[in-house]
Design a protein around this ligand. Structure first.
Ligand SMILES: NC(=O)c1ccc[n+]([C@@H]2O[C@H](COP(=O)([O-])OP(=O)(O)OC[C@H]3O[C@@H](n4cnc5c(N)ncnc54)[C@H](O)[C@@H]3O)[C@@H](O)[C@H]2O)c1
Ligand SMILES: [Fe+2]
Length: 386
């Protein structure tokens, strides 16, 4: 089957890459830029530094630092009003996936009619908005290079997933130095998100020869660097490896797909406000065990790439080692159980669990899984991960 492969036109990678923001903004010949970020980035001084870099290239900067973690349509609306009021011809998204997604959505909504909810799903954004630069500070979502945006719909209390080429940044500045300040728990959560992106891209029914090399490279980089970045936050080498892993996984998954882990994770995020990486992490070993029979050879390759298994191991043995290895990785990263992160008792959880399973199926992601589950099987998986 022929498949499309999309990435931003310019990706600048390496220590100090974020210093290029002024020169890059200038290339687009805009006078006014909206810098979309969150309060941490504003208070830490990083937003000011990025703004100064653009100002020294003769670009006026308006800062919108109101993005909340796991942003909603209200954040997008607020940012869009500021963009219009200040006649901004470009957006720069600085932060983790939340500010970058919000920036991408603001750009899209600068050229398309509200409400944003009509663009949820695949290839539904008719026009490209103002140009975008993305600068990630976590490693990470890969949102700097994806044509994906995830925004909370406050009316329906669901997380909307949009995938469209018009949501892709024009320039991504990927600078591992900006991730050095991530505390261990954030490093762990977003690092497992990266691993899930890479593994899901590789086992998806949409995996293809352009995405496989990026996915496998990202898996190897995570296995070599995530625990080190968690234990030694000041290790530049580990931060560099994880930033590269996040970027490569971000190149792989939107050109293949995410699968059941992401499908089941979004309802947890929407209902219990669990950070995205964490809600993936608590499901990952359980969903992997369920999915292996759909593509045992590919999962065995994942296990060997992570050095859980060797070439001498059969695929079955490699896959047993993979499930054990992922459980141990969660323990080492101090990832709790699903029940701990939802912070409700099982009876309360069960009142909503069938709706969650149906929301998960409606998102479309489970259809790309090597084993396509029924709603009842999804309920069972939530219980196993509890
Ligand atoms: N568009 C995509 O392709 C894509 C892919 C995966 C996830 N997502 C979305 O991304 C969002 C999650 O993004 P995230 O996990 O990067 O976290 P985030 O952006 O929500 O940030 C989480 C917290 O970490 C802080 N933080 C960020 N960088 C930091 C740093 N360098 N030092 C210290 N603190 C820092 C933030 O201020 C915030 O408080 C979710 O909404 C998820 O749905 C999008
Ligand atoms: Fe993700």
């Amino acid at each position: 089957m022929a498949t499309a492969f999309n990435i931003p036109a310019t990706i600048i990678v390496g220590g100090g890459a974020s210093n290029e923001v002024g020169a890059q903004a200038k290339r687009f010949r805009v006078k006014n830029v909206l810098l979309v970020t969150d309060s941490y980035m504003e208070n830490s001084g990083l937003a000011g530094k990025i703004a100064d870099s653009m100002k020294s290239a003769d670009v006026n900067v308006t800062v919108f630092a109101g993005v909340q973690p796991d942003p909603t349509d209200l954040n997008v609306h607020e940012g869009l009003e500021i963009l219009k009021k200040n006649h901004c011809g470009m957006v720069v998204g600085l932060g983790g996936g939340s500010p970058m997604d919000c920036a991408k959505a603001i750009s899209a909504m600068s050229a398309n009619e509200p409400p944003i909810s009509q663009y949820a799903g695949l290839h539904k954004v008719p026009r490209k908005g103002v140009p975008m630069i993305t600068i990630p500070t976590t490693a990470g979502t890969g949102a700097e290079v994806t044509k994906v945006v995830v925004i909370g719909d406050t009316q329906r209390n669901v997380k909307m997933m949009m995938l469209d080429l018009n949501l892709m940044a024009d320039v991504a500045l990927v600078d591992y130095e900006l991730t050095m300040s991530c505390p261990p728990s954030l490093t762990a959560n977003v690092g497992v998100d990266t691993l899930v992106h890479a593994v899901e891209a590789y086992v998806s029914v949409k995996a293809n020869p352009m995405t496989d090399p990026f996915a496998l490279s990202a898996i190897r980089l995570v296995s070599e660097n995530l625990l080190e970045a968690f234990k030694e936050p000041n290790s530049a080498e580990a931060r560099r490896g994880m930033t590269l892993a996040s970027l490569q996984a971000g190149i792989a998954f939107p050109n293949s797909s995410v699968c059941l882990v992401h499908g089941m994770s979004r309802p947890i995020g929407a209902l219990y406000h669990v950070p995205h990486g964490l809600s993936n992490a608590v499901l990952f070993p359980t969903v992997t065990e369920f999915s292996i029979s759909g593509t045992p050879q590919r999962y065995a390759s994942v296990s060997r790439t992570m050095d859980y298994a060797t070439d001498a191991d059969s695929d079955d043995v490699a896959n047993e080692k993979l499930v054990a290895g992922l459980k141990k990785l969660n323990e080492d990263l101090q990832i709790p159980r699903l029940g701990d992160v939802c912070k409700v008792d099982l009876t309360t959880f069960d009142e909503k669990v069938l709706n969650m399973a149906n929301d998960s199926l409606a998102s479309g992601s489970p259809n790309n899984n090597p084993v396509i589950p029924t709603a009842e099987q999804i309920v069972d998986l939530y219980h196993k991960a509890w």
